[in-house]
Design a protein around this ligand. Structure first.
Ligand code: HEM
Length: 463
C-alpha cells in the first residue's frame, strides 16, 4: 500500500469530484489550507495529487518534466484541437514547437504592435460615452482579429461567426464536461448538437484560411507560411489536417487567454478608482494623447503591473495539470504512473506565504523588492518548463498596448449590483460576462493610428 499525502475524505465509489461542486475554486483553496503543500484525492478512478508549493511545481514542470505528459482534460480536447502544439507530445510536439517558436521571437512580435493598436483604435471608434458594454465580449473580438491578422495574415469578415462558434465551444467546456471522454460528444446529449455544429463551422473557416493561402500564397512571412513551408528530413510537408490542428490551436490559445487577462484587468480597475487613476496618469504622461507604440513599453510600468496583478488574482489559465507516465518521487511521496498532478495558479497566486494581503488588488506590489525575490513558481501565469506558453511575450505586449490604448480614451466603471462570477472551465471565464459603464475622458475623441515603431526594450519582451 502506497503512503499517500493527506486529503479530503472520499465518498463511496465516487471519491471527490470538486469540478462538479458549486464553487470548485473555493474547494481547492480550502483543501490547500487544510492539507498543505501536497494533498491527495480520488476523482472516480483517477488519483489526483494537488501541489501547492513552488518547489513541487518546478519539480514537475521543469526538473522532472519527462516523467509526465499533458493531463486527461487536455487529452480529451483533442477531439476538437486535434494534435496541435498544445495537445501533442514527444517528437511531434518538439518539431512543431521548433517550427512555431520563430514566429514569437522578439523581432517578429515587434512587427505586430501596430496591428494591435490599430485594431484597438477601430474598436474604440464604436464605443460611446455613457454606454454599458460587455467588456469581455469586446476583448474577445479584438484579440481574435489580432491573432488572425498577426499569425495568419487574415483580415476576416467572418470574425463575428468565428467568435460566436468559439463562444459556443467554450461555454460547453465547464465543470464535469471537461472530464467527458471524446465519444460522449457523439451522443445525443443536451447541447452536443450545438457544439458539433460550432466545430463544423470553425473547421470550414480554418480550412478556408489554409486553402486560400495554398492558392494565392502570401507576401507575409507569418506563422502559417512557416508551418506550410517546413519540410521533414524526408522532404514531406504538413498536410491540411496537421495545418488545421495548428491553426485551430493558435486561434483558441492565442486569443481567449489574452482577452481574459484584459477583461479581468478592467473588472478590477472598474472597482478600484485609485489604480485606474494611476494608469490614466501614466498614459497621459507617456503618450500625451497619441497611440502607444513599442518603444513606449518600458515607460508603461504601471500598465504592466496592472496586467501582472490581474493575472495574479484572475489567472486566465487557472491550473495546469499532468499525468504521470512513470513512477517517481515527489515531496516525500511516491507518485504512481497514471496519477494526475494538478498545479493551480488560482491557489498559488493567493498564497499568503508569498503575497502579502493576497486578496487585495495592488498593482504597485510588482514594483517592490518582495516581488522581485519571489520563487519562480509562486507566480506562473504562463506555466513553465519546456511546455511554457509559446505566446507569453506576444500576450504581454498585446495586453499592455491594448490596456494603454483604451485607458487613453476611456474610464471604465463597474456596474453596481451586476454579478461577476469566475468559472474554472478550460480557462477562467466570467460566467455572465463583465458589464462595465464607459466614460469618455475629456478631450480624447480619437488618437492618431500608431506608427510601425520596432524598437524593443522592455521586460515584457524578454523570453
Ligand atoms: C495572457 C495570455 C496567455 C496566458 C495566461 C497563457 C497561458 C498558457 C499556459 C499556462 C500554457 C501552458 C499549459 C501547460 O503547461 O499545460 C500555455 C501554453 C500555450 N500557449 Fe499560451 N497563454 C496566453 C497567451 C497565448 C498566446 C497569445 C498564444 C499564441 C499566440 C498562446 C499559445 C500557446 C500555445 C500554442 C501553448 C502550448 C505550448 C506548448 O505546449 O509547447 N498563448 N499558455
Amino acid at each position: 500500500m502506497l503512503q499517500r499525502p493527506p486529503g479530503p475524505k472520499p465518498r463511496f465509489l465516487i471519491g471527490n469530484i470538486p469540478l462538479a461542486s458549486r464553487d470548485p475554486l473555493a474547494v481547492f483553496r480550502r483543501w490547500a489550507q487544510d492539507y498543505g503543500d501536497i494533498f491527495y484525492y480520488r476523482a472516480g478512478w483517477i488519483h489526483v495529487y494537488f501541489l501547492n508549493h513552488p518547489d513541487l511545481i518546478e519539480s514537475v514542470l521543469v526538473r522532472n518534466y519527462q516523467s509526465s505528459m499533458k493531463d486527461r482534460v487536455v487529452q480529451n480536447s483533442r477531439w476538437f484541437l486535434g494534435n496541435g502544439l498544445l495537445t501533442s507530445e514527444g517528437e511531434h510536439w518538439k518539431r512543431q514547437r521548433r517550427l512555431s517558436q520563430p514566429s514569437f521571437h522578439r523581432e517578429k512580435i515587434a512587427s505586430y504592435a501596430t496591428v494591435m493598436t490599430n485594431y484597438a483604435d477601430q474598436m474604440l471608434s464604436h464605443w460611446q460615452d455613457g454606454s454599458v458594454i460587455d467588456i469581455h465580449q469586446e476583448m474577445m473580438k479584438l484579440t481574435l482579429r489580432i491573432v488572425l491578422r498577426a499569425l495568419f495574415n487574415v483580415e476576416s469578415e467572418e470574425t463575428e461567426e468565428i467568435s460566436e462558434a468559439l463562444n459556443v465551444m467554450l461555454r460547453h467546456s465547464t465543470g464535469l464536461r471537461l472530464l467527458l471522454p471524446p465519444f460522449v460528444r457523439q451522443l445525443p446529449l443536451p447541447g452536443m448538437f450545438e457544439v458539433r455544429r460550432a466545430v463544423d463551422g470553425l473547421n470550414t473557416h480554418v480550412y478556408k484560411i489554409i486553402h486560400l493561402r495554398r492558392e494565392h500564397g502570401s507576401e507575409a512571412e507569418d506563422l502559417l507560411s512557416t508551418l506550410m513551408e517546413a519540410r521533414d528530413e524526408d522532404g514531406s510537408q504538413m498536410n491540411d489536417l496537421q495545418l488545421r490542428d495548428e491553426v485551430m490551436t493558435f486561434l483558441l490559445a492565442g486569443h481567449e487567454t489574452t482577452a481574459l487577462a484584459l477583461s479581468w484587468a478592467w473588472y478590477l480597475l472598474g472597482q478600484n478608482s485609485r489604480a485606474q487613476q494611476e494608469l490614466h496618469e501614466e498614459v497621459d504622461r507617456v503618450l500625451a494623447g497619441r497611440a502607444p507604440n513599442l518603444s513606449d513599453l518600458p515607460s508603461l510600468t504601471c500598465a504592466e503591473s496592472v496586467i501582472k496583478e490581474s493575472m495574479r488574482l484572475y489567472p486566465p489559465a487557472w491550473a495546469v495539470a499532468r499525468q504521470a507516465i512513470r513512477d517517481f518521487e515527489l515531496g516525500g511521496y511516491q507518485i504512481p504512473v497514471g496519477a494526475n498532478l494538478v498545479m493551480s495558479q488560482w491557489v498559488m497566486h493567493r498564497d499568503a506565504r508569498f503575497f502579502s494581503d493576497p486578496e487585495q488588488f495592488d498593482p504597485s506590489r510588482w514594483r517592490t523588492e518582495a516581488c522581485l525575490k519571489l520563487p519562480k513558481f509562486a507566480y506562473f501565469p504562463f506555466g513553465g518548463g519546456p511546455r511554457q506558453c509559446v505566446g507569453a511575450s506576444f500576450a504581454m505586449m498585446e495586453a499592455i498596448l491594448l490596456l494603454a490604448t483604451i485607458a487613453g480614451r476611456f474610464q471604465v466603471h463597474a456596474v453596481a449590483g451586476d454579478p461577476v462570477e469566475p468559472v474554472p472551465s478550460f480557462t477562467l471565464r466570467p460566467k455572465h460576462g463583465i458589464r462595465v459603464a464607459l466614460k469618455e475622458r475629456p478631450g480624447r475623441t480619437g488618437s492618431p493610428l500608431a506608427q510601425g515603431d520596432t524598437t524593443v526594450a522592455t521586460s515584457a519582451l524578454r523570453q
